[in-house]
Write a protein that binds this ligand. Structure first.
Ligand code: NAP
Length: 437
């Protein structure tokens, strides 16, 4: 008889890892859970393409995989440090923001404790309804391994934690050229392109967000023979707002409030607070980049460029390089610029679940999740849970690490206890912002 999982998780990044932890701790309370995760990558890795030397987290380590849900969990960042023998040294660094390298190591350490539940190298091809005698009992997930073998698994519920997919500007749609890469592929792809070029190389970085800025700085520091142009649609690099009152929008307790708003009001709030997360850069990094431009002025060595309010209208590639047709959004004119490499630091799409859920279309009433991140399958107890693609309904924190610990608790309680999120306080007092809404 085919094995039946309580839930099957697609993707094993931080969201489903936090869920695996919450599920294990829930099971330790005497309940049994039988779960399984499928991950496309051959091994655990978190944004390996953006592990830029020295880059730090922008979210406090206290918002790790478990602390906000259960500070006594063995999966907290502090316990990781203790087990690695670095807790005291970390305290001496005096920071809430570890390097991304260390955070990746923490996540990998936690993921390694779930090897028995995760199947790596499995690409999910389709999700279908699991029907018996006309009754919908759950889902069937069809995946393909790296050697092309197809497998079908059954589960009562499905949890999608797919992460983002590269967002590519229209002009680059369909351009398959190894000299064009997305920021998510930066580390690993850039080195062979630039190292040993034996001449000056021209690199364009498209975008004005944190990824673009970190990549710009890395290029200028690690590759002294690279002349780098940042090309952004905005007028200037702008700082991210991480001031304390504003930061309350990332409190898990804020989600209740934002979920209760009308669509129009939620949209207004997303727009109002966009500068906490999108197309913005850490202020200290902006200041260092400004200093780089100031020094090249001082030395009369105009190498790097900041091309603001510009958009790429077209791309042409030949052996000599990549020719970008660049439109000036203020003057309205166009010019042609040549580069050897283009890095698209143009952010992420979070719509991959739409295609994956196509096979359940006939059983779903749309793709709008309830407060429990849940899409109910009609005439059935089976549900699909969405992690990281509910920004429109659950707010700006949804795509970030901030809410992982609490969200995973809410999903576990919904699956195993039928309890609804938002019906109990997280034991935290209401924030300033929540009471103001
Ligand atoms: P992002 O904030 O979404 O920024 C994307 C940039 O690309 C924006 O400047 C956007 O400009 C531009 N863009 C988008 N589509 C474009 C198009 N078609 N043509 C031209 N420009 C286009 O993406 P990100 O910088 O990758 O950051 C994503 C998330 O990762 C953020 O939460 C960020 O904080 C996080 N991150 C964290 C770290 C760290 O922890 N150290 C490092 C990197 C990233 P418009 O505003 O004009 O659309």
């Amino acid at each position: 008889m085919q094995h039946i999982h309580d839930y099957l998780g697609v993707g094993f990044g931080p969201s489903n890892l936090a869920l695996a932890i919450a599920t294990r701790e829930f099971s330790q309370g005497g309940r049994s859970a039988n779960v399984c995760f499928l991950e496309r990558k051959p091994a655990f890795n978190w944004h390996e393409g953006m592990l830029i030397d020295g880059s730090t987290m922008q979210i406090s380590f206290l918002k790790d995989l478990a602390t906000l849900r259960n500070p006594q969990s063995r999966f907290t960042f502090i316990n990781y440090l203790k087990e690695q023998g670095r807790l005291e040294d970390f305290i001496n660094i005096q920071t809430f923001f570890p390097t991304r390298e260390e955070y990746n190591d923490y996540l990998g350490w936690a993921a390694a404790q779930f090897e028995d539940q995760v199947h790596y190298g499995q690409e999910v091809q389709a999700v279908e309804p699991w029907l018996e005698n006309g009754r919908l009992l759950g889902v069937e997930v069809i995946s393909r391994s790296q050697n092309g073998e197809s497998q079908r698994r059954r589960a009562r519920h499905l949890v999608l934690g797919l992460g983002g997919a590269p967002q590519v500007p229209d002009a680059f749609e369909g351009v398959r050229d190894p000299r064009v890469l997305h920021s998510s592929q930066y580390r690993g792809r850039i080195e062979p392109l630039l190292a040993g070029a034996g001449r000056r190389v021209r690199v364009a970085v498209v975008g004005g967000g944190q990824s673009a800025a970190e990549i710009f700085e890395d290029l200028t520091q690690r590759f002294p023979h690279a002349d780098v142009a940042m090309i952004l649609r905005g007028t200037a690099l702008k700082p991210s707002d991480d001031s304390p009152f504003v930061n309350e929008i990332f409190n898990p307790s804020f989600i209740d409030r934002i979920f209760q708003q009308s669509d129009a009001r939620r949209h207004e709030l997303l727009t109002e607070f966009r500068n906490t997360n999108y197309a913005v850069v850490d202020l200290e990094l902006i200041e260092r980049i400004y200093q780089t431009f100031y020094l090249q002025k001082l030395r009369r060595e105009p190498r790097h460029q900041m091309l603001a309010h510009r958009e790429i209208a077209a791309v042409a590639a030949d052996e000599g390089g990549l020719r970008l047709t660049v439109r000036d959004l203020v003057a309205g004119n166009q010019s042609e610029l040549g580069f050897d490499v283009v890095v698209l630091a143009t952010g992420y799409r979070r719509d991959q679940h739409r295609q994956l859920l196509g096979g359940l279309d006939a059983h779903l009433d749309g793709l709008e999740p309830d407060r429990n991140y849940r899409l109910r399958l009609r005439n059935s107890d089976a549900c699909v849970y969405l992690q990281g693609c509910c920004e429109a309904s659950h707010g700006l924190s949804d795509t970030l690490l901030s809410v992982l610990a609490i969200r995973s608790q809410e999903i576990v309680e919904s699956i195993f206890l039928g309890r609804s999120a938002g019906t109990r306080s997280q034991g935290e007092r209401e924030s300033q912002l929540t009471t103001a809404l």
